[in-house]
Design a protein around this ligand. Structure first.
Ligand code: MD3
Ligand code: FE
Length: 203
């Protein structure tokens, strides 16, 4: 079912469930070409989430800062291409949430093992804040924190399950958000992990 969490934020429950095996196979192929890796923040901390990317642009972080890069810094190669079914999934979910014509050029793959988390932050490395962002959750569940426009604003806790797709844009685009530490467990398809695909228009 479709749940509006805020004026510009829509949760499409189970939206990606029917294609979960296809998505997993495509993710496996991408991370064979561009392996998941831990990144360091500009502040020198190691992120607990492992990441990779596909599409024209990949999100990278190192001591110089956060940015989108056309090549994987690990091997100098362009990122794997974004599978057509990824683009269709993101575009269809965005349209269902009221954002028609979404054309993502970047897909970030975040992998959470039990205990991995993502602290409260804003997504502001993209050039165009008018485009929405689409996030697809697979594997172990997680508690997502949906904050406000200021870091200190109280955050809503939202359970995200396998197959859930979250779309947000417009006035919610710059909300602070994060993910609480993933609890241990085994998912029948993905095993002991949560994978999140985040589709963005980076440039
Ligand atoms: C709502 N990833 O990679 S995606 C990120 O589950 C990131 O891996 C998280 O935040 C993850 O930057 C959350 C869902 C999400 C992302 C940004 C939002 C929801 C949002 C921005 C505003 C409102
Ligand atoms: Fe984010």
């Amino acid at each position: 079912w479709v749940e509006r969490l805020a004026p510009g934020t829509v949760l499409l429950h189970g939206w990606a469930c029917a294609q979960d095996a296809d998505l997993c196979a495509a993710i496996g192929e991408i991370i064979r070409l561009a392996p998941l890796r831990g990144m360091a923040t500009p502040g020198g901390q190691n992120m607990s989430v492992q990441t990779s990317s596909c599409g024209d642009w990949g999100w990278v972080s190192d001591r110089h800062g956060y940015r989108y890069a056309a090549a994987d810094p690990q091997n100098g190669q362009p990122w794997p291409r974004m599978p057509e079914r990824f683009r269709q999934l993101a575009q269809g979910a965005a349209a269902a949430a009221g954002f028609s014509g979404f054309l993502p050029d970047a897909c970030l793959i975040n992998c959470y093992l039990p205990g991995a988390r993502m602290g409260l932050h804003q997504d502001k490395d993209e050039r165009d804040f008018a485009a929405p962002i689409v996030s697809v959750s697979l594997g172990l569940p997680a508690v997502f924190l949906l904050g406000g426009l200021r870091r200190a604003d109280r955050a809503l806790k939202i359970a995200l399950h396998h197959g859930d797709v979250l779309v947000w844009g417009a006035e919610d685009r710059m909300r602070f958000h994060g993910v609480q530490p993933v609890k241990p467990g085994i998912h029948p398809l993905l095993g002991e992990r949560r994978i999140n695909l985040t589709f963005r228009k980076a440039r």
